[in-house]
Design a binder for this molecule. Structure first.
Ligand code: GLU
Length: 326
C-alpha cells in the first residue's frame, strides 16, 4: 500500500516549507535550527514542500523556497514528493481511521462552530474549540450525506484524558486535548486532506525521527500524537523553537518590514549576514558578524546540545535592521 521512504535508522529530520508565500527571516531561523540539529549529529535531512494548503499555495513559491534554502547554505539529502501528489497515501490512512471509527463526518460550518462555542470568555489555546455537535455521528452516516451531496469534514475523535509528551527543547508537555483543543479536522469530502493528517503520514513514512519546527505548532503536536497513537505508530522526537516576532510581540508580518529572503538575495546581500544575525539570536555567536552556514555548523558541532542555548523567548526583530541588514 504505502512504500517506506526512509533509508536507515539514523537521525532523520526534515525541512517542511509551505509555499503559501515568500520565505522570510522567521522561516530561515527555523530552517537553520533544523539543519544544524541534523547535521551536528550526522543525520539525514529530507526536504518536503507542503503544498496542500490550496488555494493559498503559490506555484512560484516552491522554487523560491528551494532557492532561498540553497542561498542560505542549507542542504538536504532527499527531496520528498510534493504533498499534492500524495493524496492517495493520506486517503488510505484516512480509511484506516474510518475502519477504527476514530473519525466522524462533521457538517458544521465555521460560523456554526464559532456560534456554538460555549465559553468565548475563556482564553483559547489554539483556535476555537469544536463543541462536538456532530460527534454522535458514525462513519456510516457519511453515506447518507454523500447521497444528499452534502459537504462535510472528517473529524478525529480525541480520547478522554490528558496527553503527555516530552519536547526535546521545551521539556515536558501535558494537556487535556479533547477539552482544550477539541476534535479536529483530518480531511474533507471536498478539497485536499488536512495538514494534521498529511504531516503525520509523511513524518511516519519518511521515517522522520526528529521534527524541529516553530512553537506555533506545539498544540498541533497533541493532534498528531493522537493520530500516531491511533495507528500504533511510533512518534518522532519534537523540538519546538520560539518564533521571530515584531516589536509589538506579534508573529513576523509584512508590517514589520520586508524580511523576505528573496528580496535580500536579489539585492545582493550576502547570506552570511542573515546567518550571522540568526546565529547571534540563537546564542551561538557573541556578535552578529557575518558567518556562513558551514562555519556556523562547525561552531555548533563544538558545543554539546547547542540547541539548549536558544533563548526561550521569541526573537524580537529589530525593524531598522530588517530593512537594511549591514
Ligand atoms: N509547513 C509548515 C510551515 O511551513 C510546517 C509544518 C511542520 O513543521 O509540521 O509552517
Amino acid at each position: 500500500m504505502i512504500s517506506d521512504e526512509g533509508s536507515s535508522s539514523k537521525l532523520r529530520g526534515r525541512l517542511a516549507p509551505s509555499p503559501t508565500g515568500a520565505q522570510h527571516l522567521g522561516n530561515a531561523r527555523t530552517f537553520l535550527i533544523a539543519w544544524l540539529h541534523v547535521r551536528c549529529q550526522a543525520g539525514e535531512l529530507v526536504l518536503r514542500i507542503e503544498d496542500l494548503d490550496t488555494p493559498r499555495t503559490k506555484a512560484w513559491a516552491n522554487e523560491q523556497a528551494i532557492d532561498d534554502l540553497r542561498w542560505l547554505g542549507i542542504d538536504w539529502d532527499t527531496t520528498a514528493a510534493l504533498q499534492s501528489s500524495r493524496t492517495d497515501f493520506y486517503l488510505d490512512v484516512l480509511d484506516e481511521l474510518k475502519r477504527k471509527h476514530l473519525v466522524y463526518p462533521c457538517t458544521c460550518s465555521r460560523t456554526q462552530i464559532e456560534a456554538c462555542w460555549s465559553a468565548p470568555h475563556e482564553s483559547f489555546l489554539d483556535g476555537v474549540v469544536y463543541s462536538g455537535h456532530c460527534a454522535s455521528r458514525s462513519v456510516e452516516d457519511s453515506k447518507e450525506l454523500d447521497a444528499k451531496g452534502e459537504r462535510y469534514a472528517w473529524r478525529f475523535r480525541f480520547g478522554e484524558g490528558t496527553i503527555q509528551w516530552m519536547d526535546d527543547y521545551l521539556g515536558s508537555q501535558r494537556l487535556d486535548a479533547k477539552r482544550f483543543l477539541g476534535d479536529f479536522v483530518v480531511a474533507r469530502n471536498y478539497g485536499p486532506p488536512a495538514y494534521q493528517l498529511a504531516v503525520t503520514v509523511d513524518d511516519h513514512f519518511q521515517k522522520i525521527t526528529h521534527v524541529v519546527r516553530g512553537d506555533d505548532l506545539v498544540y498541533s503536536t497533541y493532534r498528531q500524537l493522537a493520530i500516531y497513537g491511533a495507528l500504533g505508530w511510533e512518534a518522532p522526537h519534537w523540538l519546538h523553537v520560539p518564533l521571530v516576532v515584531g516589536p509589538d510581540g506579534k508573529r513576523l508580518a509584512k508590517r514589520h518590514g520586508d524580511t523576505r529572503l528573496s528580496q535580500w538575495r536579489q539585492r545582493g546581500i550576502g547570506p552570511e549576514r542573515i546567518v550571522g544575525w540568526i546565529a547571534n539570536s540563537l546564542g551561538l555567536t557573541q556578535t552578529d558578524a557575518p558567518i556562513s552556514a558551514s562555519d556556523l555548523l562547525a561552531v555548533a558541532i563544538g558545543l554539546k546540545d547547542w540547541w539548549h542555548r536558544i533563548p526561550k523567548e521569541p526573537w524580537v526583530l529589530d525593524v531598522e535592521r530588517a530593512g537594511k541588514p549591514t
